[in-house]
Ligand binder design. Structure first.
Ligand code: TXA
Ligand code: MG
Length: 308
């Protein structure tokens, strides 16, 4: 945990409209004051993110969330069960919300997350207002799970990158829209849909990517290395670096989890992709079971494997 002085500097920087690199339990964020249109505009510009792709407002309490979003019964049940944690809820924006319209990309809905990370919580509650924090990577590229990843992308632009060590979960939050009487999965993520269904019953799923215009960041190639990616590979060719999974992956350059543990694989995924991308032009990835966290891992891998 960084010392109080460092955390206070980060809070001051946010108040001054500056951006900071912020650790969370999922991935690192590029954080700024959600109520400051200049700061929000700089986030879009730095990431090269299209202005139609809205940002998540991060809060440090349910009360703070209630000031910017309207929670129906479903949304409240999910917040109660999983916050703080790797779940983002998309709800109707509250009238009088301090979040700038730019952060919502002009939509009348608001994505909100209450991260389960001591540093993120201390900074947001010290700042005393929501902060927007998209993953701290260039748009379309691999998300960051280490302070060094953020430095590689934004070291020149950011004065403050808080080092919280490796992100424990390593994959983004699950995004669920609670807009009428239905909950819809907009992005699979670290919180498995099975656990969500245990609380509110089966989720509506967007049948195709195009049916999820409410999560425009998820439509296409994303999380992508420069190297080409081939999936579900059991015998890699000689010119491929092999990213393995489980004990069956012999000769893997790196193994997401020697024992076949999906939680461990999720935590390693982005760091290993970044590592292999530095030396390889072609990466082959072992099959990952499509259950639990494997669903989110495979979602990321499929998008990363789309051609440029
Ligand atoms: O784990 C996470 O969620 C990380 C950490 C830093 O909190 N943040 C993150 O933010 O992944 P970002 O901006 O990389 O992804 C946010 C996703 C995008 O797919 C975006 O389209 C969607 O959430 N989103 C944001 N606001 C939305 C809204 N109002 N309606 C639908 N989708 C929304
Ligand atoms: Mg992202």
């Amino acid at each position: 945990m960084p010392d109080d002085r460092t955390l206070n500097l980060a809070i001051k920087a946010l108040k001054a409209g500056e951006l900071i690199g912020l650790p969370t339990e999922t991935v690192y964020g590029l954080a700024g004051d959600a109520g400051n249109a200049d700061a929000v505009a700089r986030i879009y510009a730095l990431k090269g993110r299209p202005a139609f792709n809205p940002l998540i407002a991060h809060v440090s309490s349910k009360e703070m969330a209630d000031e910017i979003g309207q929670f129906n019964e479903l949304a409240n049940a999910l917040a109660e069960a999983f916050w703080p944690g790797p779940l983002t809820l998309v709800v109707p924006s509250e009238t009088g919300s301090t979040v700038t319209e730019l952060a919502r990309a002009g939509l009348d809905t608001q994505a909100i997350r209450f991260p389960d990370h001591p540093i993120a919580q201390t900074i947001i509650s010290g700042f005393d207002a929501p902060i927007v924090a998209p993953s701290a990577n260039l748009s379309g590229q691999i998300s960051p799970t280490r302070a060094s990843h953020v430095r590689e992308s934004f070291g020149e632009a950011l004065d403050i990158i808080i080092d919280g060590g490796a992100s424990v979960l390593g994959l983004e939050s699950t995004v669920i829209a609670c807009l009428e009487d239905e909950a819809t999965l907009l992005r699979s993520g670290t919180l498995p849909v099975e656990e969500i269904a245990d609380i509110i019953g089966p989720l509506r799923r967007s049948e195709t990517d195009n049916e999820a215009p409410r999560s425009p960041g998820m439509l296409s190639r994303h999380y992508a290395p420069d190297a080409s990616l081939r999936l579900n590979v059991t015998s890699p060719s000689a010119d491929e670096m092999f990213l393995g999974f489980g004990p069956a992956s012999l000769n893997a350059a790196l193994n997401l989890s020697d024992t076949g543990d999906l939680t461990e694989a999720a935590a390693n995924l982005y760091h290993y992709l970044r590592t292999l991308d530095k030396t390889a032009a072609k990466i082959a990835v072992a099959p990952i079971p499509d259950i639990g966290l494997g669903l989110a891992i495979n979602d990321r891998l499929r998008r990363a494997a789309l051609s440029k």
